[in-house]
Design a protein around this ligand. Structure first.
Ligand code: PLP
Length: 213
């Protein structure tokens, strides 16, 4: 992986190491678990003393390649791969919010994200307020003492509302809240929210990330 290479090169050439079989394309590793050389290696892997694959739900060369590639293209320190975009949205909230927290959310977000906000998070005492993108002057006053995350989607699905990332990045930093950006529609090719101050970037792998629709 290299930051000095062009986007296209990183997108194509970021790959897991070739196996001794010298395959041209990265194989799809359809295995639940991985074997160990001996009991000591298994112990060290489980103890997190050495890197390596144990079980596909934890890691797998294909997931690892995907994560490394996305982190490089987005300028992220690290990442996780989930089974769907909604799983990523949900995980980012479930992992980082706690009961009593408040989210400030752009009103223009994907329908299933609205469902998480209105049907799941309230059960755990996590509240939200919607903010309108055509009224940026209102956003700051909607940040509460317990606001810990701003969640936006830009451009949004389906309205294609655009949010000024530089502006929202500065607002999030000023109030010390996490900025979580669903970057599904632009992909890192067109827009890298972390460079504007986003803390988390989310994708659905079945959209433009996967090539033209
Ligand atoms: C902006 C946006 N975020 C998240 C998702 C959810 O992704 P998935 O369908 O992979 O769960 C979608 C799906 O259309 C989307 O358009």
């Amino acid at each position: 992986m290299s930051k000095s290479k062009k986007f296209e090169t990183n997108a194509i050439r970021t790959q897991v190491p070739r196996t001794p079989l010298r395959e041209h394309s990265v194989p799809i590793y359809m295995t639940s678990s991985f074997v160990f050389d001996d009991a000591e290696q298994a112990r060290a892997l489980f103890a997190d003393e050495i890197p390596g694959n144990i079980y596909t739900r934890f890691s797998n060369p294909n997931n690892t390649e995907f994560i490394e590639k996305m982190c490089l293209l987005e300028g992220a320190e690290d990442g996780i791969a989930t089974a769907s975009g909604m799983s990523a949205v949900f995980t980012s909230m479930a992992a980082l919010l706690k009961s009593g927290d408040h989210l400030l959310v752009s009103r223009s977000v994907f329908g299933s994200t609205h469902q998480i906000l209105t049907m799941i998070l309230p059960k755990w005492g996590i509240t939200h307020t919607y903010a309108d993108i055509d009224k940026p002057e209102q956003w700051e006053s909607l940040i509460q003492k317990n606001t810990t995350m701003i969640f936006i989607e830009t451009p949004s699905n389906p309205a294609l509302d655009i949010i000024d990332l530089e502006w929202i990045g500065a607002l999030a930093k000023k109030h010390n809240v996490l900025l979580n950006v669903d970057n599904c529609f632009c992909t890192p090719y067109l827009q890298q929210p972390i460079s504007y101050g986003a803390d988390i970037v989310i994708h659905s792998g079945t959209k433009y990330l996967d090539g033209p629709l």
